[in-house]
Design a protein around this ligand. Structure first.
Ligand SMILES: CC(C)(COP(=O)(O)OP(=O)(O)OC[C@H]1O[C@@H](n2cnc3c(N)ncnc32)[C@H](O)[C@@H]1OP(=O)(O)O)[C@@H](O)C(=O)NCCC(=O)NCCS
Length: 314
């Protein structure tokens, strides 16, 4: 295979193609579910009808003209690349960011990879004795992220395609209000957009995790819950009331000394999670809530948001 040619046809860098080639090697891929079963699976994964219709329309049927040999190669090797790290919990890019405007195969290639890995992930969950309701709630983050990406006019996907490999590899579990991400010594907490962050809901989710991990991952020893987020930036307290859910969430954590995060711009992340837009000019952003006003006013004053990390004992 000519990697330069493949990269050119995919509209990505040759380094990206070489990386996939190297990491996937000739490792086993996994088949997509039968097309006839896909609508029910997409529904189980909370994929909205408009997103599901696009995914079905771009389905990689044998002989489909939407799927060039390069796209088929990337799909197959991306599945193999993620599968090769089954059980892993580090950040993993499943492949290069694609020019998604070229069509449904391009737009949803990593969704098809995710669908192929659903069986692999559920098998891993079963091997760890994890109940089916946790499995499906966890995997249904696909639908939530596709809906967010649509709201973001497709600006959100590059992060999501990597994020969703955690779910596909058994690295992350949604237990009540929070997603719990396996780590070396700490369980890393993520906060999906699913309603208010009430202290009661968090307490319940932490309690669930305290029982879940010793039971399903008895070889792993966790001493803390940790979190890295724009939500932990103490500057938010200049704007938010003390009894807001975000302020109360912050008070659980002891922060690490601040370091600029690598590969991530905290201002962009604040815009992502509050406005779901990365490109709207600051003076055109909505000003409905105290947080919306805070995020934009802070930036317009020439200040910056921070991506803070903190933890507390389990
Ligand atoms: C985290 C989250 C659930 C907190 O929401 P919450 O429980 O309502 O938070 P608070 O009670 O502290 O809200 C305080 C104020 O900020 C507003 N607010 C909170 N989150 C907001 C958001 N994402 N967008 C706009 N306004 C928001 C609230 O409406 C409230 O303002 P108001 O009194 O004028 O109505 C919410 O921000 C969210 O869903 N975020 C997206 C996911 C995310 O950021 N995850 C972390 C990724 S690292």
């Amino acid at each position: 295979m000519d990697l330069d040619d493949t990269a050119a046809r995919l509209g990505v860098s040759v380094e990206d193609v070489e990386r996939v080639h190297r990491l996937a090697g000739d490792r086993p891929s996994a088949p997509l579910p039968a097309k006839a079963d896909a609508p029910a699976i997409l529904q189980r994964l909370a994929v909205r009808p408009d997103d599901a219709a696009e995914i079905m329309a771009g389905w990689p049927d044998p002989g489909s003209p939407l799927w060039t040999p390069e796209l088929r190669w990337l799909l197959d090797r991306s599945i193999a690349l993620v599968r090769a790290d089954l059980g892993g919990y580090g950040w993993l890019s499943p492949g290069p960011e694609l020019p998604r405007e070229r069509g449904p195969a391009w737009r949803h290639l990593y969704v098809y990879a995710y669908l192929a890995l659903v069986d692999v992930a559920t098998g891993y969950h079963r091997d760890h004795g994890i109940a089916a309701d946790v499995t499906w709630v966890t995997l249904a983050d696909l639908g939530r992220n596709l809906a967010v990406d649509r709201r973001m006019n497709r600006e959100g996907w590059p992060v999501m395609q990597s994020w969703l490999t955690l779910h596909a590899r058994g690295g992350l579990y949604e237990l009540g209000r929070l997603q719990h991400h396996r780590g070396d010594t700490a369980i890393n907490l993520h906060i999906p957009e699913s309603g208010p962050l009430t202290p009661q809901a968090i307490d319940a989710s932490l309690d669930q995790a305290r029982a879940f991990f010793p039971r399903h991952f008895p070889d792993e020893r966790y001493t803390a819950f940790s979190c890295g987020s724009w939500l932990l930036d103490p500057q938010l307290l200049e704007y938010l009331p003390e009894d807001s859910n975000i302020a109360r969430f912050q008070r659980r954590f002891e922060l690490e000394p601040y370091e600029e995060p690598e590969g991530l711009d905290p201002d962009v992340e604040a815009l992502r999670f509050v406005f779901r837009s990365l490109t709207t000019p600051l003076d055109q952003l909505p000003r409905r809530t105290v947080l919306e006003r805070a995020i934009a006013d802070h930036l317009r004053a020439g200040r910056h948001w921070r991506w803070c990390r903190g933890s507390f004992p389990i």
